[in-house]
Write a protein that binds this ligand. Structure first.
Ligand code: SF4
Ligand code: SF4
Length: 574
């Protein structure tokens, strides 16, 4: 097998003013008088063409800033590289005109970089990061491949690409002071369907994540284009909104590229999937396009059959089935209660949680899910739980503080490094490498893992976890779901988890609470139900049916034979 060795230096971790240039001083080639590591503008640069991969610099760097990686079958065909010793992309997804293509893979593996290239925002530089390639040169490089024609059309402006970006929060800054009305066309019937007609006079900086997401998807769907790219269209949306958006994207009769971490939704929208793989922050590649079912199964298994490549050394189990028992010993009970916030009212039925039970909470945004768990926490005048208990709470929105991860964990639990937490939490979530990082410097996904872990570290009787999957990729979702389940079961406590990823919710929950009502006006919290019953009720409220294929849920096409049959039998989650 042909291998290529690459050196990655994490510029945010490299701190030359706090080290003694150990990398430079210990490199055996440097010591032999060669220039394998040079210091340029105060920072090290590794010459990969002469590096022998001994790994001494990796071991000696006090800040773990260097990685030396062997890339199998790379054959040196870099498509894009940001700079010296930095992330590089070895291939691109193939755009098949008229098709709906999905991209599935972990964060930090180049999916967004590839999308920027396909939308014309970035030009391939083939690893030559100091050079700007002309379109003629780029087309020549792709000659004979399926992308040649695509780049020819793109270079001549004969393809109009509509790109819904991933980093939607950036809009708050870019369009600060503008109202929704000023930014979008108002003549599309989707305006009402997406609920945007109610927020036309709101300023962009005051929109929630979900509203911003719907606004951007609406803006994309309202434009005329040839290729539509949707980069993580489900972030911040509740399940109902995800399905609504998915239906509209699917119905768009154009070439589409969709990146998302919600398997259920991605599977529903697209016809073919490229699996992105590689090593986070080091390199990324794309598999050949595969049929959805094959791609998702291979991705979960961690083995790409036609490429004969293992992308992970373990399988991702996301499914435990719906046949979980609710438990025998009642752990806590809550009384029926009402919370009237003036413009919003929540009514909750009485209920109970069993020892070691995890209750999943599902329902639209603005229906009172967070209000419910905050009521259990004691944030309002009502006291639904009579027993005196301690609570650990992971909020939905996280404000990062200026404190290191290590310090935060110490504050939550001085025993955070014992074997119990090490094996069930810290190692599975790969948190060691973040210990010396300040919370303010973490990415959205890293912050999510750290704050959820901090909540689990705290000793408490009841754990309230609000939206733990936001910003996480599928692998991280599985890891965090397992960590939450393991900790709650092993500690013999109980938890409530709110989330919008249905596969995650089925996996993590022992029972389901369905919230119904009218968002932003009235919410009703039903008592916990067995998973199948709960998900059935939830999907019935939305008029969506889901069937299981080899244990994996798939959305039925509305109006299809299966959809009609399941609805007739009342089997919305089958
Ligand atoms: S890579 Fe490590 S050892 Fe080298 S300069 Fe940076 S911090 Fe120092
Ligand atoms: S891996 Fe070895 S040869 Fe390569 S840069 Fe590091 S110390 Fe030098």
């Amino acid at each position: 097998m042909i291998q290529m060795r690459i050196a990655i230096i994490d510029r945010t971790k490299c701190k030359p003013n706090k080290c003694n240039y150990e990398c430079y001083n210990f490199c055996p080639l440097n010591r032999a008088g060669k220039k394998c590591i040079e210091i340029i503008d105060g920072k090290p640069v590794i010459d990969e063409s002469i590096c022998i991969g001994c790994g001494l610099c990796v071991k000696k760097c006090p800040f773990k800033a260097i990685k030396i990686i062997n890339v199998p079958e790379a054959k040196g065909e870099v498509v894009f590289q940001y700079g010296p010793n930095s992330f590089r992309l070895f291939s691109l997804p193939i755009v098949k005109m008229g098709k709906s293509i999905g991209i599935l893979g972990p964060n930090g593996i180049g999916k967004t970089t590839a999308i920027k290239i396909l939308s014309g925002q970035l030009k391939p530089n083939f690893g030559d990061y100091n050079k700007e390639y002309s379109w003629e040169e780029i087309i020549e490089k792709f000659k004979g491949t399926e992308l040649q024609n695509y780049f020819e059309l793109l270079s001549k402006g004969q393809i109009k690409v509509i790109h819904k970006i991933q980093e939607i929060q950036k809009l708050r800054e870019v369009f600060k002071g503008k109202t929704v009305r000023e930014l979008i066309k108002l003549d599309n019937p989707l305006l009402k369907e997406f609920g945007l007609d109610k927020i036309l006079d709101r300023k962009i900086e005051n929109l929630s994540g979900g509203e911003l997401q719907k606004l951007l998807i609406y803006a994309s769907l309202s434009k005329e284009g040839d290729v539509y790219i949707f980069d993580e269209p489900t972030n911040f949306l509740d399940i109902r909104e995800r399905l609504r958006v998915a239906l509209k994207i699917k119905a768009l009769n154009k070439t589409k590229i969709v990146i998302d971490h919600d398997l259920l939704i991605l599977d529903y929208i697209v016809e073919l999937i490229h699996i992105a793989y590689g090593q986070k922050a080091a390199y990324g590649k794309f598999s050949q396009p595969k049929g959805n079912n094959t791609a998702i199964n291979e991705y979960l298994k961690g083995y790409l059959k036609s490429e004969n490549i293992r992308i992970r050394d373990f399988e991702l189990y996301f499914l435990e089935g719906t046949e979980k028992e609710r438990g025998k010993t009642i752990y806590l009970e809550w009384k029926p209660f009402t919370i009237d916030l003036g413009n919003f009212k929540l009514e909750a039925e009485k209920g109970e949680v069993y020892k070691k039970e995890i209750i999943g909470i599902v329902g639209p945004n603005g229906i009172g899910k967070t209000t419910f768990i905050r009521a259990l926490k004691g944030d309002f005048d009502v006291k639904p739980i009579e027993k005196k208990i301690t609570i650990s709470y992971k909020p939905q929105y996280i404000e990062p503080k200026e404190v290191t991860v290590r310090k935060l964990f110490e504050q939550m639990n001085p025993n955070y490094r014992n074997e119990f937490y090490d094996s069930l939490l810290i190692r599975p979530l790969e948190l060691y490498e973040l210990f010396d990082h300040d919370l303010t410097t973490l990415s959205g996904g890293e912050l999510q893992k750290v704050i959820t872990a901090a909540a689990l570290l705290k000793e408490a009787d009841l754990y309230l976890i609000d939206e733990p999957t936001a910003f996480l990729d599928i692998e991280e979702r599985v890891r965090i779901a397992r960590a939450i389940r393991n900790i709650i079961k092993e500690k013999g406590k109980a938890a409530f988890v709110i989330d919008h990823d249905l596969m995650f919710m089925e996996y993590i929950s022992d029972s389901i609470m369905v919230f119904e009502g009218e968002p932003s006006k009235y919410g009703k919290a039903n008592k916990p139900l067995p998973i199948k019953e709960g998900l059935n009720l939830f999907l019935k409220n939305m008029g969506i049916t889901i069937r299981k294929v080899n244990g994996r849920p798939r959305i039925n096409e509305p109006g299809s034979r299966l959809d009609r049959e399941q609805k007739a039998q009342g089997l919305y989650y089958y």
